[in-house]
Design a binder for this molecule. Structure first.
Ligand SMILES: [Mg+2]
Length: 441
């Protein structure tokens, strides 16, 4: 049995932990350089603010409806994320971090009251970090993800699902009839990996609800859609068939993480590993024509090596401009690693995650806003880089992954020369000593 734990409105929830006055108010978090909304509180969603909507389009709501806009504070979100992940990991033998605010827990071999475990997990994360989560259980990852959707929606929109399913929902514990009732009122578009496009095509073909999809004819689905959709349907029917690589990538993140065969203690070895991971995520970002606004890096020791001292830091670096350039991303990732690495620990796992993704070209628009000669040069330089990255990808496709890459050591300081414009950023409460909250009594 799998669980999917997901923080509700992650970025806004992180801000509310330290500014309770934001609770109940419409709040949006803006991307780097304060461009567009990348997170919305439920109240902001109710005002009609759309995901990725440019700030200038909704700015009027500041005066008219009390909308509050904050600059993204990825350093805070990344740190809150690792606290939440550490707590969640205690509840199951295996954890797979899926995105900055989501993880799968594998409960194989665990018996007992899963909903009770889920409620305890939720209460503990809320009490210890202040972050509200939703927890979904299911016999496959796709069903766990769907259970999470039900748990969240039942909580947010009373009446959408039975109230008992709010916050924690176990689809695996339901009778066939109960499960069918849930699937009958859930749109196919809400299934993991079925985007708006495929969702619309399914609707055209008369497959509107998840129940329709579960009963759909497999052979004709295979003819019309991809093998991935077929796997999704099998998963909805309760057969596990999505491996980690097959799993649809989260909307706003790209990640590469792996456990090492042998523990690693040296910085130079870790630098090499992190550089490889950063190159890999950069390549993935370019393949889907995205650019990242921030890079998160984590390294961790193993809780199973009981005699080892434990260290599991995670650092998130905001980028000056969204980018998919290998050199910029490797530079930022290596910089983050150098800041958090401590000698003498046996590290067994590392990961690099790109967050705050947006379509490539949007950042081109930002560059075009500038007119000075220096900026023109920056644009030219940027285009140069895209061509270079295209050549890099072509070489690696032809000669195998990693055939051509960057020598990472030279980039250690490449990142830190600019500071992103973040006029509305909250203090980095949990990671900067001079920014910790003050309590007056
Ligand atoms: Mg979330």
């Amino acid at each position: 049995m799998f669980a999917l734990v997901d923080v509700n409105n992650m970025y806004v929830s992180c801000e509310r932990v330290f500014r309770p006055s934001l609770v109940g108010r419409p709040v949006v978090v803006l991307s780097n350089n304060d461009g567009c909304a990348i997170a919305r509180s439920n109240e902001a969603k109710d005002l009609g603010v759309k995901m990725a909507q440019p700030w200038f389009q909704v700015r009027h709501l500041e005066r008219e409806a009390g909308l509050i806009a904050l600059s993204a504070n990825f350093e805070l979100y990344g740190d809150m994320s690792s606290r939440m992940m550490t707590l969640a990991a205690r509840y199951a033998p295996r954890q797979e971090v899926y995105s900055i605010d989501e993880c799968f827990l594998d409960f194989e071999g665990v018996s007992g009251d899963l909903v009770g475990i889920g409620r305890d997990l939720r209460a503990t994360v809320l009490q210890w970090t202040g972050l509200p989560t939703s927890v979904g259980f299911g016999p496959t990852k796709t069903l766990a993800k769907l259970a999470n959707h039900v748990a969240k929606t039942a909580d947010r929109k009373p009446g959408s699902y039975p109230a008992a399913l709010a916050q924690v929902c176990d689809l695996g514990a339901m009778s066939r009839a109960e499960l069918d009732d849930v699937l009958r009122v859930t749109d196919v578009g809400d299934v993991w990996g079925i985007g708006r496009k495929i969702g619309a095509r399914l609707h055209e073909g008369g497959i509107r609800t998840v129940l329709d999809l579960v009963h759909a004819d497999m052979a004709s689905l295979r003819r019309q859609f991809s093998v991935v959709l077929e796997k999704t349907v099998l998963e909805l029917r309760g057969t596990t068939c999505l491996s980690v690589e097959d799993a649809p990538s989260p909307n706003q993140q790209i990640m590469c993480s792996r456990s090492f065969g042998e523990p690693v203690t040296g910085l130079s070895e870790l630098t090499e590993i992190v550089s490889q991971f950063a190159s890999r995520v950069a390549e993935k970002a370019r393949a889907q024509q995205s650019a990242a606004g921030a890079v998160q890096v984590f390294i961790t020791t193993s809780a199973f090596r009981k005699r080892d001292a434990q260290h599991g830091p995670s650092v998130t670096m905001p980028l000056v401009r969204p980018t998919a350039d290998t050199r910029a991303l490797v530079g930022a990732a290596v910089h983050a690693l150098a800041g958090m690495y401590r000698p003498g620990f046996n590290y067994v796992k590392a990961g690099v995650m790109l967050v705050d993704l947006r379509p490539q070209g949007q950042e081109q628009g930002e560059l075009d806003l500038f007119t000075g000669a220096a900026e023109q040069e920056a644009v030219a330089h940027h285009q140069d880089r895209s061509r270079l990255m295209g050549a890099l990808d072509a070489l690696n496709r032809r000669f195998g992954r990693g055939a051509v890459g960057v020598a990472s050591a030279a980039h250690r300081t490449a990142h830190s020369s600019h500071i992103a414009r973040q006029e509305r950023r909250s203090p980095r409460y949990t990671t900067r000593l001079d920014e910790v909250p003050t309590a007056r009594a």
